[in-house]
Design a protein around this ligand. Structure first.
Ligand SMILES: [Zn+2]
Length: 174
């Protein structure tokens, strides 16, 4: 009589991977987070539209948050030539130095450079042309545009900035 041999195979269940990271992995992950946090010292300012509306004047809100443009020669900083620093009117980040301001004759405050790391650039395709938009690096507020027809002796750049996007603080010793 033929007996059927039933072979019971031992099923070796693979060991479950531990749910938690090994201490060394935890250490490495924490270190990476700590380093990236420390190097990203510039913390973004993020607010809701309602919060911005409450904080800013109507003009500032239209320009900074809605990418508006003030009328040429209407801004109070167009002809400001005192020594000092121009800060973002949204988040108080220093954006431009009076050292870089020049009279472009366009009717808007003009600079040939920005304070390092404090502005970013975006492509702007509005009105069928490509322009480079300048925004505050901290609150992403719209400041104006940068063009390549600035003073050739320095950077060749012309940062065309809205007065309402800036707050000018004169140096104390001037
Ligand atoms: Zn800002």
């Amino acid at each position: 009589m033929l007996t059927k041999n039933v072979i019971y195979r031992k099923y070796n269940r693979p060991k479950d991977k531990p749910l938690f990271m090994k201490p060394i992995q935890i250490f490495i992950t924490t270190a990476i987070f700590a380093i990236s946090f420390a190097s990203n010292a510039q913390q973004k300012v993020v607010k809701t539209e309602a919060e911005w509306k409450k904080q800013l004047t109507e003009k500032q809100f239209t320009i900074l948050r809605k990418k508006g443009t003030e009328y040429a020669f209407s801004g109070k900083l167009n002809k400001e030539y005192g020594q000092g620093i121009y800060y973002c009117s949204g988040c108080n980040t220093p954006l431009f130095s009076s050292e870089t301001k020049f009279d472009s004759g366009t009717g808007w405050p003009s600079f040939d450079n920005h304070i390092a790391n404090n502005v970013s650039f975006l492509e702007d395709h509005k009105y069928g042309m490509l322009r480079t938009e300048v925004v505050c690096n901290i609150c992403d507020g719209h400041l104006g545009h940068v063009f390549l027809d600035g003073p050739k002796k320095t950077t060749g750049k012309r940062y065309c900035v809205n007065s309402a996007a800036l707050v000018f603080k004169k140096n104390k010793d001037n």
